[in-house]
Design a binder for this molecule. Sequence first.
Ligand code: TYD
Length: 148
Amino acid sequence: MAKYNVFDCTMVELDKHHSDRKGNLTVVENGDSSTASGQGTLPFDVKRVYYLYDVPGGENRGSHAHRDLSQLIIAASGSFRVTLDDGKCKRSFFLNRPYQGLYVKPGMWRDLEDFSSGAVCMVLASEVYQAEDYIRDYDEFIKFRNEE
Ligand code: TYD
């Protein structure tokens, strides 16, 4: 499979419906060329959603890579920082808007930190949970990145 780099991972602007009186609503949907408006459509189909919350101040999450998984990471509430590493370059993103998502392509080491109080990190994932898709050892990750 093609190896992506951190510059292939970008912030995606999501569909936002604003009402002065009633707040905001954001839509994310699987791609369907017949209905796609463009903005709310994901570049992959979602098979799993999970969310992190009640992360104590000063604690980090992540510290792993996925071999094949694509993800969209959204700060559904509050804020946190995501640092992506492709083995050569690192790129850091501050997530603090529920209408933006960070599109993380496969093969990125990621660290999540600086969680604000009440932060909710919602992750839309392209696959169901597979423990064997994880790389949790950084040296193994570098080896994986250097494989043909
Ligand atoms: P993990 O992915 O290591 O969390 P983080 O990288 O955010 O620190 O997952 C923590 C635990 O939850 C681990 O025991 C695996 C389990 N888990 C599932 O069972 N299903 C899932 O979809 C996810 C994401 C994690």
